[in-house]
Design a protein around this ligand. Sequence first.
Ligand SMILES: [Zn+2]
Length: 256
Amino acid sequence: MSFIKFLGTAGARFVVMKQLRASGGVWLSVGKTNLYIDPGPGALVRCLSSKPRLEPTMLDGILLTHKHLDHSSDVNVMIEAMTDGGFKKKGILFAPLDAIEGDPVVLKYVRNYVEEVEVLKENTEYRIGDIPFSTSKKHSHRVETYGLNFKISPHTLSWITDTRFFSELSTLYRGEILVIHVVRLKPIGDEPIDHLSIEDVKVIVKKAKPKLTLLTHFGMTMIKAKPWVVAAELEKELGLRVIAASDGMKIDLEEV
Ligand SMILES: [Zn+2]
């Protein structure tokens, strides 16, 4: 069974710091391959307390869309867990260059535990087992950040991680399932910020017309507005399926 499991739906500092939502990231399972995306604070704890329990030793790889803490703080411990405490060298780590150089978030000694470190670059194709994917254009975000397009069956999947809005977003991500990180309900005045709002989501979804849109990575204004209410309103307005992710939510890819 292929699935996406949300081990966290928090975005932005307050929701993460107060743990108003969990911030563990996402487990993607396709065919025989398991890939962990953005292991933020609590990733390991959320895996082990998940029902049914998700066993990190089953992972084939870990991917960081960027190095911000809410996407990467548990990357070292997750690598250690994936590799059985570092005793069983295995797996691939995918990360942008600035996550492993300069002021890195992945410790050097931990990198020896994985079989391969693949540096994410713009518009490049990658594969891990049953999961072929590509990066698109570099996002407009303070650190090096890449969204993803997974060419998987039974449904293609696109992932718009943190970014400031730019008009090509709706053409770059054409997966049948579209995950969007939406921190804000409304934009802050005229000054664009490094995150998407629901207004931006409307523009993107109207054009991209995915079969299913999954909203996640909520900031305070989204939490206050109740993400499931916002999703229901969007669904009505756009005439397309929109679901607000919740902590522990599992989407069976065969059933979409
Ligand atoms: Zn970020």
